[in-house]
Design a protein around this ligand. Structure first.
Ligand code: JHZ
Ligand code: SAH
Length: 409
């Protein structure tokens, strides 16, 4: 068998962590589709040249992002606030032209960030291949093209609308396998003074917190400053700043520009040093990570089985993409978790990918609260716990698995 190759450097990847056969992270489905459900082998590998931690195989983009895409960004109040802040920071950054600046966002979903530019009357364009969420964005006055971003799409935008001052992306760059095509497209699309600002779950946080559930079909890469610098430098661009974020359990916002256009902030140099200390550039780190993941699985399954043997009712909170990895990797099905509560209409009445736990509207959780709720949306813990005080006061308990498996309270 030939060694798999890195999508960035073209060199051989070292196999690192095997999660076995997995379904699509957002493939919530009805029983009539159980027998034809799609599975693929989910295994992560590491390239010592590009320092990129990546899926060895990924399903085709069209299989994941289409007109029935199940993730709608505007389901969290905190994320609405976060993206309003992000937009404000871009507006005040000093990087935008004084006259008629143009902002492009990749993977704008339902318009959660771009609506803050649209409402200010600024020239903007979203690129969003999942047609159902793109339609919501367009309906909210956010001008959105429903396509997969590529070098060709970038060239078309330049021809029709000119170059951009800012190229933004949140939780989407790490989804795109043809990253070098994206980097080339960005280089063509950006003005000489333009900047790229994108954020994604940060590899350093994922390893420190054993948040292995950030690994699923959509996340083909987990970035570090090392790997981001490597891939952009291949095409004449460089990191000029890095800004840690607390969203999605610990993310990093990367700011990049054409090489030499702006000074490089000290934060970049400091993060490179920190990443060397954490070992994000070397294979052995992923061995340790794999052992922590295996331990987390043992701990979670033991806890749920123990509670179940005591006759307790357990439900899940948030039918996240992340939960697909946890449930399938740990082999947790409806025998342990009765249902998962979720506020997203398109997920309700369906079953979770692979393990087929029913997804129910939030009203079911309220009407019939379980003894224990596994917080699959652990990245939204602050927001959720603030509004679920009554659940705890009535004797309900949260189970979290990040950073370690435990019952809270
Ligand atoms: P949440 C998705 O990941 C997929 P997921 C994707 N790959 C990615 O990177 C991130 O988003 C950005 C529900 N909910 O944000 C709504 C409640 O029911 O953790 C969502 O279905 N009640 C693009 O799916 C889910 O939980 C609530 O009070 O892991 C949260 O999904 C809140 C706040 C959420 O992303
Ligand atoms: N930025 C939003 C949405 C993240 S979901 C947020 O942070 O909440 C990721 C989005 O990226 C999905 O809506 C998906 O359809 C989109 N996407 C996936 N591949 C893409 C590509 N090649 N070009 C543009 N968008 C893409």
């Amino acid at each position: 068998m030939n060694a798999p190759l890195c999508r960035i450097s073209g060199q051989a990847i070292n196999r690192a962590i095997d999660f076995g056969i997995q379904p699509l992270g957002n493939g919530f489905l009805l029983p009539e589709f159980f027998s034809s459900e799609y599975f693929y082998p989910m295994e992560m590998g590491f390239c010592e040249t590009s320092m990129m931690f990546q899926l060895i195989e990924q399903p085709a983009p069209e299989q994941m992002f289409h007109e029935h895409y199940a993730f709608y960004s505007s389901t969290s109040r905190y994320m609405e606030w976060h993206f309003a802040e992000f937009a404000n920071q871009v507006k005040q950054s000093g990087y935008l032209a004084k006259v008629d600046p143009f902002v492009v966002e990749l993977g704008c979903n339902d318009g959660i960030m771009l609506k803050n530019f649209a409402s200010a009357g600024m020239r903007h364009l979203g690129i969003e291949p999942s047609r159902n969420v793109a339609a919501v964005a367009n309906g909210n006055g956010v001008r959105t093209l429903s396509e997969f971003f590529s070098e060709a799409v970038a060239e078309k935008i330049v021809r029709e609308e000119g170059q951009a001052d800012a190229f933004l992306a949140a939780n989407v760059m790490c989804h795109i396998p043809d990253m070098l095509g994206v980097v080339k497209g960005i280089r063509a699309l950006l003005k000489p003074t333009g900047v790229v600002m994108f954020e994604d779950p940060y590899l350093g946080d994922v390893i420190e917190k054993t948040s292995y559930d950030q690994i699923y079909d959509e996340h083909v890469f987990l970035f570090s400053a090392h790997s981001v610098q490597y891939m952009f430098q291949l095409h004449g661009m460089e990191l000029i700043d890095v800004l840690p974020q607390k969203t999605h359990g610990g993310s990093m916002r990367y700011v990049l520009a054409h090489a030499g256009a702006y000074p490089v902030s000290q934060a970049v140099t400091q993060l490179f040093v920190k990443e060397q200390e954490l070992g994000l550039h070397k294979q052995s780190t992923f061995e340790t990570f794999r052992r922590s993941i295996e331990q987390s699985r043992v701990d979670l399954v033991n806890l749920l089985r123990e509670l179940k043997s005591q006759g307790k009712r357990i439900a899940g909170y948030g039918a996240t993409s992340k939960s697909t990895t946890v449930l399938n990797y740990c082999g947790i099905g409806p025998d342990l978790i009765e249902f998962i509560s979720d506020t997203t209409p398109i997920k309700q009445g369906k079953f979770t990918p692979g393990m087929h736990i029913p997804v129910k509207p939030y009203e079911v959780f309220q009407a019939s609260p379980p003894d224990y709720a596994v917080l699959f949306a652990w990245n939204h813990a602050e927001e959720i716990m603030a509004k679920e005080k009554a659940f705890v006061e009535a004797g309900g308990r949260w189970i979290v698995h990040i950073p370690k498996v435990q019952v809270l309270g």
